[in-house]
Design a protein around this ligand. Structure first.
Ligand SMILES: Nc1ncnc2c1ncn2[C@@H]1O[C@H](COP(=O)(O)OP(=O)(O)OP(=O)(O)O)[C@@H](O)[C@H]1O
Ligand SMILES: O=c1ccn([C@@H]2O[C@H](COP(=O)(O)O)[C@@H](O)[C@H]2O)c(=O)[nH]1
Ligand SMILES: [Mg+2]
Length: 192
């Protein structure tokens, strides 16, 4: 936590390069293919891919009180407090030296979005929604085999609930602003 707080303390609200910073949010249900699509985009367009989930999994590896708290929340499929994830994102953005970011799996709820707007303040160019049916998302997660602690039926069920209850309002917000771009990645029903 100390390191994360330090980033905030030094943060003047602008990036050292002085260049315009481009941010694209990539949102979608669990297992919809956010990470997979981001890897393809990065290889063609020179973005830095920041997966909010991966940043949290890295934090879990640090043997700290905060790491344990994050581990437990992720195991339950719940969301980590906004301030923690926003500061991890900011730290990773500053460390990358790049000026184009694909932020994968964030914001997950309205509170995340508001915290991002308050702290990082960079309006996303657009928000890419990876739109996939629940059946296909579930199938993909169960075949993923990456040893993720949250890829079990009980946690998957909770992650779907969080997506429906907390992330859909964020998607609707960006849709109203005309910033939403949809990518359909299967031929079945849409996720909502
Ligand atoms: N278009 C696709 N067709 C078939 N399988 C896919 C497709 N896209 C991704 N997958 C597979 O589905 C699984 C989930 O993909 P990925 O990890 O990219 O999803 P995610 O949205 O990042 O998931 P999470 O929210 O859990 O991090 C992976 O095993 C991936 O290889
Ligand atoms: O902004 C975020 C992003 C993620 N989480 C937690 O991490 C897991 C896994 O996220 P993936 O994007 O599927 O890798 C998610 O279920 C949340 O527990 C978060 O809290 N906030
Ligand atoms: Mg992912």
């Amino acid at each position: 936590m100390a390191e994360v707080v330090e980033v905030h303390k030094d943060w003047s609200g602008s990036f050292p390069s002085g260049k315009k910073i481009t941010v694209v949010f990539v949102i979608g249900g669990p297992g919809s293919g956010k990470g997979t699509q981001c890897a393809k985009i990065v290889s063609h367009f020179g973005f830095t891919h920041l997966s909010a989930g991966d940043l949290l999994r890295e934090e879990v590896k640090s043997d700290t009180e905060q790491g344990t708290m994050i581990k437990n929340l992720m195991h339950e499929g719940k969301l980590v407090p906004s301030e923690i994830i926003v500061r991890l994102l900011l730290k990773a953005m500053l460390a990358s030296g790049n000026d184009k970011f694909l932020i994968d799996g964030f914001p997950r709820n309205e509170e995340n979005r508001e915290a991002y707007e308050k702290i990082i303040k960079i309006e996303p160019e657009f928000v890419l929604l990876i739109d996939c049916s629940r059946e296909e998302m579930e199938r993909r997660i169960l075949h993923r085999n990456q040893g993720r602690d949250d890829d079990n039926m009980e946690t998957i069920r909770r992650r779907f609930e969080v997506f429906q209850q907390s992330t859909l309002p964020v998607i609707q917000h960006y849709e109203k602003m005309g910033k939403l771009r949809r990518l359909w990645v299967d031929f079945q029903l849409r996720c909502f």
